[in-house]
Design a protein. Structure first.
Lengths: 516, 320
């Protein structure tokens, strides 16, 4: 009996010792290893996790097999980025200390800003990310002759983000750049004309020329004024090079008002939309930045004041320059969080025309200031259009319009438990992501969002224009019916008859002549 | 040899097929019972235990909590877990209202997918239970509630039925009234249903159909984290059974029992990026703008949070 049992046990052990054809393991050794592991590790509820442990034991054997393969060393995105970001942490020692003493650096204190942003519940990234943004801004300030620099915010895209810096050049250092976009357009037009001329020479029938003349486009605002008051630099990751955005044209602003597209994160991406957007994503981004700035850049009332000289010159003209008020004391925080009338817009409203200052397009080109050679032929119009007027600068936010029963701003205190040291926070409901905070004399505007306006309901894409009316129908363009064979024959017969009669007449006349 | 191989392959495919056809039943079982002994690592919304660093990883979306709120959450979520006898408590997100913001927490019982409850709070300390959302409620809310959240749970939305010409019976139609609390419950339910995300492999299914937290999950590799098909919807699968047999053959039935994000329509409704110096993989839903998911590749850490207005982005097809 015992013998039998022992034999059975031995047979089973032999079965367990059979090596697998696949993995070259055997069950006996595996169980031994597994139980050793359990004894070593003593996991709680060992019976529940035994499958996992068994799997792990098997996996631990695996690397031996893999070691014969060599790992493909791929330089990952992270490594490439780290190479770029390493430069942010290099100290610039060569710069003389005099420089720093002479020119006050326009670098904003991002550490302070990020502290207040955290109070306000806004973030552009983690703490380390903010530090990198700080260093990237430092890089920008060091490399460009900037008078003023501000962290504008972050615009999110589907593939990457844009970190946006708002800057102003030092006077005199402004780069005089010819707008590179208009030149190629003209060239294209010229090329078209040339083609047509060639066609005419070769004697090919020309297509009818369109007599449609587009309505005159509003000229771009000069650098340093209106929507182009500041220049904007963007980068997708701190450490990557800053790219200057091109100045914005009124046409771009108006097109951006009609479309609703996500940013991709590539500045050269095409905007596929209706109505077509004139330009690339860089232009679209710049247009949205202009719109967001105009709508949501706010400051506590009294922080800025109008320059006084201007009032004497032209009392009627809208005042568009302001300066910091040296006597500003700072408003109490609870008041700032309570009433919208304590906040004012300090960026000019963009008119329907797509500019901040209205320009009379109906006026003769001579009267216009010479603007980038946009002097197109304009026909005189008898009635002068009414100038568009926006709300003046430094208008309180309480004057802002509601969007479909939604107030345009939500105000809050950052802390309810410690209102004494809280920060007043404003959140725009019109431009989700736009925030402003104020604390004592300090305030800042920051944007962190998708760069899209709140649609307030559903977005309705604009429809294509109605088809043009048809050419009025008349006899000269109506197609006649082809005559039938009989009709042709009768016509032929009558013609022959007429001809015969005429010949007879002529011969008679000839006879008469001869008689004379 | 060749014949044998083919036969083996055939057996394998038919097995996986039969498994998938049974997936409906097993799903029911999976919903009713949860794998026992699964210890919470860090999954789904932000677990209260790891909140302090996981919030930093998703802050690239523009929203954060300030120190006061974080501290309050750390205290109140512990008490919440005790008072409601939850297994786990997670911070789910924040819905931004015009006057006030709702902070949302999620409590889970023994069942991961079914036994979950949502709570809301204004100050991160006092929590109120949200009513469970059912289909009728979803219908009511989607008809009546429009626009932004007000920040007042008793605010009432009314649905004014469209008056058609010649339709005289309109007066008899009852106006549907929905309180904001109910709307909040429905919105949170829908977001959790439609766009909650887990990385592939973080959960596995046993032969009994129970869903387990996969203890062997060591995170996606950097290459895998760059592909959308390695992220799954953490909700009852809807499209899995409709896949072609050929596509189903490659699926591992113990892991691939949830819908992958790559099957979502329209394409491009997820934005997948590497952030924080390319160390964190971040997914953002463009359909429910504000939902951010993070996963640190090569570690089991993952989670999602919602910071947004609670409005579905219906303009999405125009915006891509």
């Amino acid at each position: 009996m015992d013998n039998q049992k022992q034999e059975a046990a031995a047979a089973f052990k032999a079965f367990m010792l059979k090596t697998s054809t696949k993995s070259n393991l055997n069950l006996y050794d595996h169980l031994a290893r597994l139980l050793t592991k359990v004894m070593d590790e003593r996991p709680p509820n060992a019976v529940d996790v035994i499958e996992d442990l068994s799997f792990r034991v098997k996996r631990e054997l695996l690397p031996d097999f893999q070691s014969t393969l060599r790992d493909l060393s791929l330089s990952t995105v992270a490594q490439l980025l780290a190479e770029q970001q390493r430069l942010l942490f290099s100290r610039v020692d060569e710069r003389g200390e005099q420089d720093e003493e002479l020119i006050e650096s326009p670098l904003p204190n991002v550490n302070e800003i990020s502290f207040f942003l955290e109070q306000a519940g806004v973030a552009l990234g983690g703490r380390e990310e903010m530090q990198r943004i700080f260093l990237a801004l430092k890089q920008l300030v060091d490399s460009q002759p900037l008078q003023r620099c501000r962290l504008w915010g972050k615009v999110m895209g589907t593939e990457s983000h844009y970190i946006v810096a708002e800057a102003e050049y030092r006077e005199g250092d402004e780069e005089e750049e010819q707008s590179p976009e208009e030149a190629p357009e003209n060239e294209e037009r010229d090329a078209d004309v040339d083609d047509e001329k060639e066609g005419a020479e070769e004697g090919i029938a020309l297509l009818p020329q369109s007599t449609y003349k587009p309505p005159p486009a509003a000229p771009k605002e000069a650098n340093g004024t209106g929507v182009n008051k500041y220049v904007y630099y963007v980068c997708t990751e701190p450490g990557l090079p800053w790219v200057k955005l091109p100045p914005v044209t009124p046409a771009q602003i108006n097109a951006a008002r009609h479309i609703r597209k996500f940013f991709t994160g590539r500045l050269d991406a095409l905007i596929c939309s209706y109505p077509p957007f004139p330009g690339h994503e860089a232009n679209y981004l710049r247009a949205q930045i202009a719109r967001i700035s105009a709508g949501t850049q706010v400051s506590p009332q009294g922080f800025y004041q109008f320059r006084e000289e201007e009032e004497e010159e032209e009392p009627d003209a809208p005042r568009n320059s302001y300066e910091q008020n040296p006597d500003f004391e700072g408003a109490p925080i609870p008041k700032m969080a309570e009433s919208m009338s304590n906040w004012v817009h300090h960026v000019q409203h963009i008119l329907k025309q797509g500019r901040c200052t209205w320009v009379n397009l109906a006026a003769k080109p001579e009267e216009e200031l010479d603007e980038d050679g946009e002097a197109e032929e304009k026909e005189e119009e008898p009635d002068e259009p009414d100038p568009e007027v926006g709300p003046p600068l430094l208008t309180p936010l309480s004057e802002d319009k509601e969007i479909r029963d939604t107030p345009p701003w939500s105000a809050k205190m950052s802390s309810t438990l410690n209102p004494q040291y809280a920060v007043a926070v404003l959140r725009s409901n019109l431009w989700p992501g736009a925030h402003a905070y104020a604390c004592g004399k300090r305030f800042e505007n920051i944007y962190a969002g998708w760069g899209l306006k709140c649609a307030g309901g559903f977005y309705m894409p604009s429809l294509p224009p109605a088809p043009q009316s048809e050419y009025p129908s008349g006899p000269e363009i109506t197609e006649a019916l082809d005559p039938s064979l009989e009709e042709e024959q009768t016509l032929k017969a009558t013609l022959e008859l007429q001809q015969a009669a005429q010949e007879e007449l002529e011969s008679l006349e000839g006879d008469e002549d001869e008689d004379d | 040899m060749c014949v044998l191989f083919l036969r083996l392959f055939f057996v394998k495919t038919t097995r996986s097929l039969s498994l998938c056809s049974k997936s409906a039943q097993s799903l029911l079982r999976l919903i009713t019972a949860r794998g026992h002994g699964a210890r919470a690592k860090n999954k789904e919304p932000m677990d209260s235990n790891t909140l302090y660093y996981s919030l930093d990883l998703v802050s690239g979306s523009g929203h954060a909590l300030n120190g006061e709120q974080r501290a309050a959450l750390q205290t109140s979520l512990v008490l919440l877990k005790k008072n409601y006898k939850f297994n786990r408590v997670m911070f789910w997100g924040k819905i931004l209202g015009i006057k006030e913001d709702y902070f949302i927490a999620q409590g889970k019982g023994h069942d991961e997918l079914k036994d979950k409850q949502f709570l809301y709070s204004f100050n991160c300390m006092e929590w109120h239970l949200l009513p469970p959302a059912d289909d009728a409620m979803v219908g009511e809310v989607s008809r009546a509630a429009k626009g932004r959240f007000m920040g007042d749970p008793s605010h009432e939305y009314t649905d004014y039925p469209l008056k058609r010409e010649g339709d005289e019976a309109t007066e008899a139609v009852e106006l549907i009234k929905v309180t904001e609390e109910r709307r909040l419950a429905v919105t949170v339910h829908l977001i959790d249903e439609e766009v909650s995300v887990v990385p592939r492999g973080a959960f596995n299914r046993t032969h009994l159909g129970l869903m387990n937290n996969n203890r062997c999950f060591e995170g996606l590799s950097h290459a895998e984290a760059g592909k959308l098909e390695n992220f799954l919807h953490f909700a009852k699968p809807k499209k899995l059974k409709k896949k072609l047999i050929q596509e189903q053959a490659d699926l591992d039935p113990s892991i691939d029992f949830l819908d992958p994000l790559s099957d979502d329509v329209p394409k491009g409704q997820w934005s997948l990026q590497l952030e924080n110096a390319s160390s964190v993989c971040v997914l953002r839903s463009l359909l429910w703008m504000g939902l951010t998911f993070y996963h640190v590749p090569m570690t089991p850490q993952h989670g999602y949070v919602y910071f947004g207005y609670g409005c579905k982005n219906l303009d999405l097809p125009f915006m891509l």
